[in-house]
Design a protein around this ligand. Structure first.
Ligand code: ADA
Length: 566
């Protein structure tokens, strides 16, 4: 699988494979570890998570990883790019501390100190303890398991003196006019201007001499030859190669626009209804470090169900997954890590600073994926409280500064008292009528679903928000795979099927609803603590598929409605 962007003229070392490792224990303080004292006893596959490996299952503590690398050009500047890791990490190269990561799942990079040696030793200390100081962004009450490891690939870049970080492509119109924003890095001062050679889809290069560099960016506008529009039905992609002296980048992008009008989401000027699921990056054996086959398999299952939409709950996504969404024509709601954030966190400046860091990193990294149409953050925070207003406004502002070409939202579970709906482009609501029922005395309270949706629509209209598209970002019911029940009660496949039928029918039939992300695509491991009392098997069982992607009865029902057979 080819991943984007790639850098055809520089040495980039992918560090996937076997790493040397050692579990350092649950009591140890990762701040004071003496690297020389580590007894390297084992080997482990990375990307991966140690706590789903037979030898380290159940362990919470500090885990050391080592990789020895031989460079082509030791004198160059170097950078390590981590696609996403958890829950906390500190990186050393040749014993020198290069940085600490406190933003689980988010893309993260460190500069590597220079050396004349070709052989370099990378040590990563990973900690998966749910420690509020070390890992402020991941709380023990999160309804998904907090694994320890390198969730995604790591790349070592040997950088030329002047290097290209990204070439961000922005659609200016659907005839194929684009802006290319070339983001530059240099160890020394950046030049005032650069000469660029730009070619599309392997075609001839056009040169742009003396392009001004302002704030580290060189921008040009031009037309893509034989431009073809990206959409879920026709996911045409283009590649652009941007070169300057000593470096080149190949980015992939799609020509498409996204905007809102009168309560609808418009893709390329046409209304689109989002039909899809929330999806965790989760598997019993691999945790969040999924092999490419699984990513493809998941999207094929979603496609079979007639979906065009995925909410990447609840963290920045694997870039390979977004590449696949681009190729297969899925629309994506990507969000920064957050879950049920209480007021005390929202008042905490360190928490808010890290939120902004990870949100900006997400946007910068995913910015060229045409599949991503919605940016989100802070899933289900205390958004009905006044303390939520500054952080929510801060994150929305940060996103729009990074990218004003997409829609901003956050999933609220306080829709009737939310103080922040003025900020968003799309109102996203998480509610579970008929699952966590209003009336516990009622058997099979499926008749709570439609009245709640009516109330929501009515409420937003009264608030003056009827022009903002409304999506159901979560709704769903649990079912234990294989649990068939003549009473069709909670946890039975029958109840879940009836629930999702009611929901899917309503969304498809009601033009005022711009979309749905059903909770959730597949079952996933959650709490290993007392919080699991409402989670049989210590899994969140609201998957339409179980954790091995075996379909429950609801799959056929959703498929029939989403594909228009019923
Ligand atoms: C919330 C949350 C999900 C999941 C869901 C549930 O809405 O955003 O991650 O925990 O509830 O299953 O109850």
């Amino acid at each position: 699988m080819k991943n984007f962007p790639y850098f055809p003229s520089r040495a980039v070392h992918g560090l996937d494979g076997l790493w040397t490792c050692a579990f350092l224990g649950s009591e140890i303080d990762p701040e004071t570890i003496c690297l020389d004292s580590i007894a390297w006893t084992d080997r482990i596959a990375m990307p991966g998570v140690f706590d789903s490996c037979p030898a380290y299952v159940k362990k919470r503590g500090c885990f050391a990883l080592r990789y020895d690398l031989t460079l082509k050009n030791p004198a160059a500047a170097h950078r390590l790019d981590f696609g996403g890791l958890g829950l906390w990490a500190r990186v050393f190269v040749d014993g020198v501390d290069c940085g600490t990561c406190q933003t689980p799942y988010a893309p993260w990079s460190v500069e590597v100190p220079p050396s004349t040696e070709a052989r370099r030793e990378i040590i990563v200390l990973i900690d998966n303890r749910l420690d509020a100081t070390r890992v402020p962004l991941f709380d023990p009450f999160f309804d998904f398991f907090g694994y320890g490891g390198l969730y995604r690939s790591v790349y070592w870049h040997e950088l030329p003196a002047l290097s290209i970080r990204r070439a961000v492509v922005r659609t200016l119109d659907l005839d194929g006019q684009v802006e290319i924003d070339v983001r530059l890095c240099s160890k020394t001062d950046l030049p005032e201007s650069v000469d660029l050679a730009v070619s599309f889809d392997g075609g001839e290069a056009r040169t742009f001499a003396g392009v001004a560099v302002e704030g580290g960016r060189a921008r040009i506008r031009l037309a893509v030859p034989q431009a073809r529009i990206w959409s879920p039905e026709t996911p045409h992609l283009h590649e652009v190669r941007v070169a300057l002296e000593g470096d080149a980048i190949v980015e992939r992008f799609g020509i498409r626009t996204v905007e809102t009008r009168k309560g609808q989401i418009l893709l390329n000027g046409q209304p689109v209804k989002l039909l899809g699921y929330n999806r965790h990056e989760a598997h019993p054996q691999f945790g969040p470090a999924l092999p490419a086959q699984q990513l493809i398999h998941d999207l094929q299952l979603l496609r079979q169900l007639g979906c065009n939409f995925v909410r990447g709950s609840h963290y920045p996504q694997d870039q390979r997954f977004l590449d696949l969404c681009d190729e297969l024509g899925f629309l994506v709601f990507e969000e920064a890590l957050g879950w049920g954030t209480p007021v005390d966190h929202l008042k905490n400046e360190r928490f808010n600073d890290l939120q902004e860091v990870q949100t900006r990193a997400m946007v910068r990294t995913s910015i060229n994926h045409p599949s991503v149409i919605l940016w989100g953050f802070l899933n289900e925070c205390a958004s009905d409280q006044p303390e939520s207003m500054p952080p929510i406004r801060r994150l929305a502002r940060a996103i729009r500064e990074e990218d004003d070409s997409r829609l901003v939202t956050f999933a609220t579970h306080k829709p009737f008292g939310d103080r922040n709906l003025d900020v968003v482009d799309v109102i996203s609501v998480n509610q579970y009528p008929g699952w966590y029922p209003e009336d516990r005395n009622k058997e099979r309270p499926l008749n709570e679903i439609n009245p709640l949706i009516d109330r929501l629509l009515d409420h937003f209209a009264k608030q003056g928000f009827e022009d903002k598209p409304f999506i159901i970002s979560e709704m769903g019911a649990g079912a234990i795979y294989g649990w068939r029940d003549p009473l069709e009660a909670h946890w039975s496949e029958e109840y879940q099927m009836a629930y999702l039928e009611t929901l899917a029918r309503r969304v498809v039939d009601d033009d005022r609803i711009a979309g749905v992300a059903i909770w959730q695509f597949c079952d996933g491991r959650t709490y290993a603590s007392g919080y699991a009392l409402g989670r049989p098997r210590a899994f969140n069982n609201k998957g339409t598929f179980d954790e091995y992607r075996r379909p429950k009865m609801a799959a056929a029902a959703v498929r029939a409605i989403f594909t228009g057979q019923r």
